[in-house]
Design a protein around this ligand. Sequence first.
Ligand code: PBG
Length: 323
Amino acid sequence: MAFPISRPRRLRRNETLRRMVRETRLTPDDLIQPYFVCPGRGVNRQVGAMPGVAQMSVENALRAARETHAAGVPAIILFGIPQYKDAQGSEAWDDNGPVQRAIREIKEHVPGLAVITDVCMCEYTDHGHCGVIVGNDVDNDATLELLVREALSHVRAGADMVAPSDMMDGRVAAIRAALDNENFSHIPILAYSAKFASAFYGPFREAAESAPQFGDRRSYQMDPPNGDEAMREIALDLDEGADIVMVKPALPYLDLIYRAKHEFNVPIAAYNVSGEYSMIRAAGINGWLDEERATMEMLTAIKRAGADLILTYFATQVAQRLR
Ligand code: PBG
């Protein structure tokens, strides 16, 4: 039926009608809030490139966790900044590292908040790469063992879920086997499955102090033009035992979130990464756009594309507004 019988504007006339036919609703349940946990006490160091985001020592992370939980956000994901970095990234599996201590504190005082941990070596290595360097590249198989140690250390501290973000081949299977072997068969793996070598991680590398000291991550993170390959990566991670798979970044890869949701019948996460946060914040601070509306529009688009879960630095503040 064509115009004038058909008039789509009839259902847009007022907010009540719009509410009745609204197809996608963002809720706090969809969101996961990232934190950067650092050594020391009383530290709350603002990240220059991410206004509103800070590196926090453990007791400040606990304070933030209470706030995130009170806003109705079900989960956080922790990134660690170590005291010392070395070639292997050995502080990653230190049971008294900032992440491990934060997990214990948060699980003790805010047990209803799910604590996920990012499992990767780049914050812990002095060269800033996501694994062991052999020659001038990251050695895949040697890195698996280190990721396993890190994941086990997080789960022993009480993490509810682990999220490997390194993009080594076989890491989901290696972590799954190690967890099962240590009686952690109930702990899910959220795999950063389709993680692209993206310019949008720029601000994160200041927040996590994890910029590679030479070269880049293109020999392990995916080449941005590749969509079919992203589907193959997801299929591999599911075969290896991933419970939730992720597409990252989100905004420039909405097509892949959509494809993943339709090709695989599993929960899909999307990471609204640091650069996506910073560009909206910067424009908002400059008065170039309405930051609140732009944020809601962006996160709703990610959900509409098919994401069941969205990792975003806006999580707590958006959830507070949604309540
Ligand atoms: C660690 C990791 C990165 C991000 C999440 N985990 C950085 C990277 O791969 O360089 C990026 C998150 C963001 O930009 O918000 N490997």
